[in-house]
Ligand binder design. Sequence first.
Ligand SMILES: Cc1ncc(COP(=O)(O)O)c(C=O)c1O
Length: 482
Amino acid sequence: MKDPQSIGDTSPEEFRRQLHELADWIADFRQNIESLRVAPNDKPGAILAALPAEPPEEGEPFEKILGDIDRDIVPGMVHWSHPMFLGYFGWTTTAPAILGEIITAPLNVNAMTWRTCPAATELETLVVDWIRQWMHLPQEFGGVVYDTASVGVMHALAVAREEAAPSVRKHGLVRAGAPVFRIYASEQAHSSAEKAAIALGLGEENVQRVPTDPHFRMNPGALREMIARDVRDNFKPLAVIATVGTTSTASVDPVPGIASICRENRMWLHIDGAYGAGFAILPENKPLTNSWSEADSIVVNPHKSLFVPLDFSVLYVRDLERLRRVFTLVPEYLRGDTVEAQKNYMDYGIQLGRRFRALKAWVIFRSFGLDGMATRLSEFVRLANLFADWIKSDGRFELIAPVSLGVVCFRFVGGDESKTDYLNSEIVEKINASGRAYLTQTKLRGRTVMRIGLGNVLTTEEHLLRAWEMVRETADELNREK
Ligand SMILES: Cc1ncc(COP(=O)(O)O)c(C=O)c1O
């Protein structure tokens, strides 16, 4: 039998010592991040092979575990917070964000009902309302924090489905006699639309992709025609997803035009602002928010553009009660939890247990203030435009889409035309394998293009220039080798 003293927690003195050690570890990591490779160049399985396959029989000291993290885990990571990480939408961690995460850890509450943690519920309501104000959404919009935008759109479409075919919630699609619904999103919209349709039993195929204009924005004329054709064919148009900041080019769909089509056809309008909506905090972007007030739902990911670390996504619904009606379900063992408060976040989605996500956001928003966040976001936009200027000044490269928010899509066109796709892909692969920078690639109108996303507070003009030089040198090398 073990000594009962040894099965409790670490002693307070030992824990304090470990925390100090960890504080130094975190500060060193942050200070020295630039000396790390941005990404590993290991073969799949290499990290797993280096770790013991057997679970530990006996407890191990924290120092040993931290040492293994340094030796086996950190080198096996893509460092999204590295200043030379320019992939996806850009990413950042900041000191307030790390502090916010650390403070959340010992509190370890469940934010499922008001009673299970009043402060978590009320702070969530407050933080969600701050973001609503920054998005210029009217007060009738209420929000809920989820992990991701994919989960947000699924919940939004569940409400759309219930309102268009009441009692699907109770009887299911078939017994409720639901029609075959259609959802429309641009060909550039995120695949979370299809994922939502899969989860809701609406059918992946019933997400119809609307063509875009030369700037990759949804073509409202084409949308109108597709809806009319579907009505003739006995489908029931349910919802349109307009994107503010598409995944490849950050293009922004014409929300006002789309909103009026939704109004005419009594359809749900969901705005996917996962990336782009955060940019509404810039005063010059106020026009971006035109007609957002006409939406039924809108999703914004502060973990993409408002400095909150993953995961933190907010779904707003015009009249949040519409969302509650579809998801509230109070089992007997939780009924006592719901007597005092109107707002129990478990009622606003499928998740019961919920993290106290609002705390880290509150720490960050207060530390930076609106002004601090806006200054940083404008710098991302400035750097994106500067990078685009460098591309325009070199005839061997071309911009493939207008620079939007913090995203630049470009292509090397200075080599053998028949090999252009291959070369563009290889430039990205070679740079990423070098560990010195990290870019992504995508396809636009069937052509492979390189892409960078600015969104890291550590990335300076000098880093960007270094990345640009790497792109040019790598293009030259590969072009010579081919
Ligand atoms: C436009 C857009 N919508 C939705 C998503 C999905 O976001 P999440 O990872 O929060 O589900 C992404 C992801 O990059 C995106 O670019």
